[in-house]
Design a protein around this ligand. Structure first.
Ligand SMILES: [Zn+2]
Length: 481
């Protein structure tokens, strides 16, 4: 089997839960984690004779997203449709969605394509729909019973469908991460796949390189993290290539990703659109968007990740790679921007933020940045001025991040100031010389690189407080160089 003889064709369908206070067609709260069925009313319970009313904020969020995704068409009139199917967590027996006349069409999104390059991925459509409820399967005494919680029924979802433009699992991952970042920048979705507020289904097929017709596709579901999307796609592509290589056929079906065993399992034959008996929703008027409203929303769109990364490269001289790392999480890119205003050395600040800062940020759970830009600027300044070593700077950064303390105070209270004074250093230097006779000999006989080793030993013994430059000088003079 030769994998290189094949290419894969991937399209993604992403469901984003919109961050509104109330549901899409009623006034019930969208708050998560409360008592089951405590956020329900006749509308979201699907009682007969009640009428849905569209939530203006939901439409606003979808328009903003469509604008951010460069949709060429946001039709002045779109139509909601009934998607009929039976499921125990869907009391109406149908889901209100959009089908023939979606909210927006023909957009695009750019993903990194090596070096400074970018690749445009087409977006087919953006539409609105309601979420279903949730089944909870009983345990213990309730084992064998199932319960339904309708708090989630009617929570607004925005579906974003891509063109089959993605060619590798990594590209799919890049597309998803970038899309999540855009939604977070817009403030319309929290972008958390692990918590289900961003869900992704993938359509994937393979074909021999050079072929233009599409192969038979399968649909992958249940991939609850960015990493799992990449893993599941890689596994499925391998499976399909193996089948086709052996002259067998890929069957069109829906597969569930099992993240624990890292395998895909058949779920059911794939439904066709006609199985759902779509028809225009008679309980809702067509959605009419006034142009002035769309124009007004255009002005509300903030600087998005792509523009921000471009600005970091163009105006601040950062590499594309660093710029992309910075813009991936909005709080981090905002923090970087603010720190550069106080300490106008972008490359230096970028090194600190993309290095030690990001490590601590993710270790502390991400989310809003828990330190002020002023405090990072102070740490960088102390290191620059030689008041503390770079190593100590990292330690101070971690403490200041965790407890919000003033970095200068941390240095003062813990006696972390860098030591450049000969009398304070010479004792440690002599100890190191005594403990490393072999290395000292090699250095004396001309192996210059041993100076780094010896300096390192002194740094270790001084717990990072010695000034490395001064240590080097003192070592040399001590060893008669
Ligand atoms: Zn309700």
């Amino acid at each position: 089997m030769n994998d290189k003889a094949f290419e894969s064709v991937i399209g993604l369908e992403v469901h984003a839960q919109l961050q509104t206070q109330s549901k899409i067609f009623c006034g019930c709260s969208t708050r998560f984690g409360d008592q089951p069925n405590s956020h329900t009313c006749p509308v979201c319970l699907g009682m007969p004779g009640v009428l849905p009313v569209i939530n203006r904020k939901v439409v606003e969020f979808a328009i903003m997203t469509s604008l951010a995704l460069h949709c060429e068409e946001i039709p002045p009139r779109s139509v909601f449709a009934r998607k009929n199917y039976f499921y125990p967590d869907l009391p109406k027996g149908y889901q209100i969605s959009q089908y023939e006349s979606p909210l927006a069409l023909r957009g695009s999104l750019e993903i990194p394509a090596g070096g400074n390059g970018l690749r445009k991925i087409g977006i087919t459509r953006v539409h609105l729909e309601e979420d279903a409820g949730k089944l909870v399967h009983g345990e213990g005494a309730d084992s064998g019973s199932s319960f339904v919680d309708l708090n989630r029924a009617g929570v607004p979802l925005m579906e974003i469908v891509s063109e089959p433009d993605l060619r590798t699992p990594e590209e799919a991952g890049d597309y998803l991460r970038r899309l999540a970042a855009i939604l977070v920048y817009l403030g319309v979705c929290d972008g958390k796949m692990e918590e289900g507020s961003l869900r992704c289904d993938a359509n994937v097929s393979v074909r021999r390189r050079g072929e233009t017709a599409l192969g038979v596709k399968t649909e992958l579901k249940n991939m609850n993290s960015f990493k799992n999307v990449e893993k599941a796609l890689a596994k499925e592509i391998q499976r399909q290539i193996a089948l086709v290589s052996e002259g067998k056929k890929v069957v069109q079906e829906t597969l569930l990703w099992d993240p624990d065993n890292e395998v895909t399992l058949p779920m059911r034959g794939k439904e066709e659109a006609h199985d759902y008996r779509y028809f225009p929703e008679p309980d809702l008027l067509p959605l009419v968007l006034e142009n002035s409203w769309v124009e007004e929303l255009k002005k509300k769109i903030p600087e998005l990740p792509q523009e921000k990364a471009d600005r970091f490269v163009r105006d601040l001289g950062l590499t594309r790679y660093d710029a992309e790392v910075l813009v991936a999480a909005k709080p981090v890119s905002d923090f970087f921007d603010e720190t550069v205003k106080i300490h106008p050395e972008p490359k230096k600040v970028s090194n600190w933020v993309t290095g030690e800062f990001l490590r601590i940020y993710w270790a502390e759970g991400g989310g809003p940045v828990k330190m002020t830009p002023q405090n990072l600027a102070r740490i960088i300044k102390m290191v620059d001025e030689g008041k503390i070593s770079g190593l100590v700077g990292k330690k101070v950064l971690e403490e200041s991040y965790k407890n919000g303390q003033d970095p200068e105070k941390i240095v003062q209270e813990q006696g972390l100031s860098q030591v450049s004074d000969e009398s304070a250093l010479i004792g440690i230097i002599d100890e190191v010389i005594k403990d490393s006779p072999k290395e000292v000999e090699r250095f004396k006989s001309g192996e210059e690189k041993l100076l780094q080793f010896l300096t390192g030993q002194v740094m270790k013994k001084s717990k990072g407080k010695a000034n490395p430059k001064r240590v080097g000088e003192l070592l040399k003079s001590r060893l008669g160089k």
